[in-house]
Design a protein around this ligand. Sequence first.
Ligand SMILES: [Zn+2]
Length: 238
Amino acid sequence: MCPKSLKFVGVMTLIPFLSVACNKDTSISVAPTVNSSTTPTAVENPSSQSQPTQKIDDSQLIDIHSVNKNILIDIRYATENNFMKRKVYPVARCLLRFSVAEKLSKVQEELAQQGLGLKVYDCYRPLSVQKQMWKIVSDPRYVANPSTGSRHNRGAAVDVTLVDRTGKELEMPSEYDNFTARAHRNYSNISDQAKKNRLLLEEMMQKHQFVGLPTEWWHFDARGWEKFPLLDVPLDNV
Ligand SMILES: [Zn+2]
């Protein structure tokens, strides 16, 4: 999901043609039962490097910084700097399925060899927050209907961009959560540098088993996301 400093009402009226990002999930036949009594509990990975490697069940969520501390986070929904102009996350954390976090860490490691890195805008999103978003914006163009959920609700999707070694974002075709055609991967009326950066992000993510969404340059699903059920573990309870 998506826009940032959008004048939300303006966007709603000015951009009727938009397809929306994280909402492509609506076409997916998923939605395993979410049952609080059986929902896997999110866990923290041991942070000490001296501890022996612990096998983590992929049914769990893990904080990305337990896997790779060099990935920057700018969780927009934990601030008012998002298309809803409301803070809907209690904390700014990037939680993902363990295997997904490991893949993202590999992308970070490879980018670091080029003096670059990742910054994430959104990772796992609790289903209850999806419902809250839906109440605020009941428009499938902007928010995935919680009845089917988003891949973010499965801990298997990430919204991400590139940064340089100082943490500064590289030029991209648009701001995060821009719901216009500028966010589409095939949008071409942009600078050569933005094209180059968008392509680099896409190639690096694809190399490590992520698939980009056609309508959002920042959104990537981890391959195999279908096997993960929707979750409603609170972000501040991990
Ligand atoms: Zn997304």
